[in-house]
Design a protein around this ligand. Structure first.
Ligand code: ADP
Length: 243
């Protein structure tokens, strides 16, 4: 193959990967004042991938997740979700896009004054589902995370591991195709961390794309398989596969 043919083949391969990528970042830079939280990050993520975002504290992991679910707007660069440019999305389409994401945080972010059932149900209430469907669906996901017996409990009466299982139930109850998890095991003991990771893996095996940020890759690499994206000082410094 001569050089032109080579370039042509590479172009076709790129087109194919862009056609299939569920998330594409092009030269994404995020500045907080003079601080570069993300520095020229480009990456394609295929549907159904399990992606670890690792790197030391302050590397830009949370920021990367935040720009994906539109909690922050990038300073430069473009993000496409299924070919949809986040910078150009109309406000009317935003709720629809947000529903594609399920989020899990290190500090759970459950509403303290609402029961476990109500915390999980809220996602479906906001999207206008019928009460009979909500009851059935919420109890189903609480059963799969082993939390159905605590449906009427308030979050603060639960252990950290239990709260995170509720948060994971809330993240998946709307059947999102992308889960963004920011240090989801960061405040859990090893046994609780394993339950949460096992559940995320099971959801991944049903076809979801998962992006999980953690500074503690050691804990995770023995439990899950996927692609590891390493950030350092806002830059993507390495990509590897965890087998
Ligand atoms: P990580 O999740 O890898 O610990 P972050 O994405 O939270 O890193 O932060 C990346 C960098 O951006 C850090 O230097 C952090 O201090 C800075 N940063 C994050 N959020 C803000 C903010 N809201 N204002 C100012 N600086 C921020």
């Amino acid at each position: 193959m001569d050089r032109d043919e080579n370039l042509f083949v590479m172009k076709i391969m790129n087109l194919n990967s862009s056609k299939h990528a569920i998330i594409r970042l092009f030269n994404v830079t995020m500045r907080y004042g003079a601080k570069l939280a993300l520095n020229d990050v480009s990456v394609d993520i295929q549907p159904g991938e399990f992606i670890f975002i690792s790197g030391p504290s302050g590397a830009g992991k949370s920021t990367l997740l935040k720009v994906l679910y539109l909690a922050e707007k990038v300073s430069e660069g473009q993000i496409l979700i299924n070919g949809m440019n986040l910078a150009r999305i109309s406000p009317a389409k935003l709720p629809l896009l947000r529903r594609r994401f399920g989020m899990v945080f290190q500090d759970f972010k459950l509403i303290p004054g609402r029961t476990v059932f109500e915390n999980v149900a809220l996602v479906l209430e906001v999207s206008g589902e019928k009460p009979s469907y909500i009851r059935k669906k919420v109890m189903h996901v609480l059963r799969t995370t082993g939390m159905e017996k605590k449906a009427n409990a308030l979050p603060l009466t639960l252990s950290g591991g239990e709260q995170q299982r509720v948060a994971v139930a809330r993240a998946v109850v709307g059947d999102p195709d992308i889960i963004l998890a920011d240090e989801p095991t960061g405040s859990l003991d090893q046994a609780s961390a394993k339950l949460v990771l096992d559940f995320l893996m099971a959801y991944h095996q049903k076809g979801a794309t998962i992006l999980l940020a953690s500074h503690n890759l050691h804990l995770l690499e023995s439990m899950v398989r996927g692609r590891n994206i390493v950030l350092d000082q806002g830059q993507l410094v390495k990509t590897s596969t965890l087998l």
